[in-house]
Design a protein around this ligand. Sequence first.
Ligand code: THG
Length: 262
Amino acid sequence: MFIVGELINGMYRNVREAIKDKNKKIIQEIALAQTKAGASALDVNCGPASATPGDTMKWLVESIQEVVDTPLCLDSTKADVIEAGLSMAKNKTIINSTGADKERLDILVPLALRYNSLLIGLAMNKKGVPQDRFQRLELAAQIVTYCQENNFNLSDLYLDPIILPVNVAQSQGTEALEAIREFKLLSEPPPKTIVGLSNVSQGTGVRSLINRTFLVMAQACGLDGAILDPLDKDLMDALITAELILNRQIYCDSFLDAYRKK
Ligand code: THG
């Protein structure tokens, strides 16, 4: 499983305050902790409050790279903010994200090509979030087709079906899960899939339980990656055990420790 640590996000109060105070030690601690907990990449999102998100993105990338070499997943709706991060990044990055609109793809696919970056494609467009599996599949197909026509390697693409909070969009859980299965049929070899896991439990009272239950179900549908909280030990144990049961990892007596040491 491609694990992207979600915790460097201005949505979180401690990160928001660290950005405001230019306290890079806090950011570096979160980067180190997530990497140690098994994150293969770190999401970097300035949050909605930043007045100068390009500068914030540069500062975050610089601060993180002083302590870890973990690849960065540059998370912004603004292409210029993503580019600010790309211009500073030492290692291979993930652009998070493009939608299915041609105007977005026309900017973000060339950017990914120019920086030899991976790209997350969201199954949504300017009309909003998808309402069912069919809309998700149609939007994902538009992204795949665009990539094929513009020589973007599909092995560098992750498709995101858009996970919505279960407390306000309960019917969307199974729609997103089915979409993960169906995205696999869009190309050969199949495109990879990723989700923003914590969306599913936003506003609920038992977040960790909902997150890990949904994650295991998504893994059974063939999920390849997840943006999640790698410091949630119960979540990580469930993830590792699901990989084992799905025969994606070899069983050994101490499989939890063995996976963590990989
Ligand atoms: N897909 C892709 N990228 C994404 C998402 C996605 N990036 C952002 C988000 N969704 C994934 N990351 C988070 C990070 C935090 C939370 C949810 C998703 C979260 N934060 C607390 C909250 O809102 O309740 C913040 C409050 C706090 O604890 O301080 O839940 O879907 N490609």
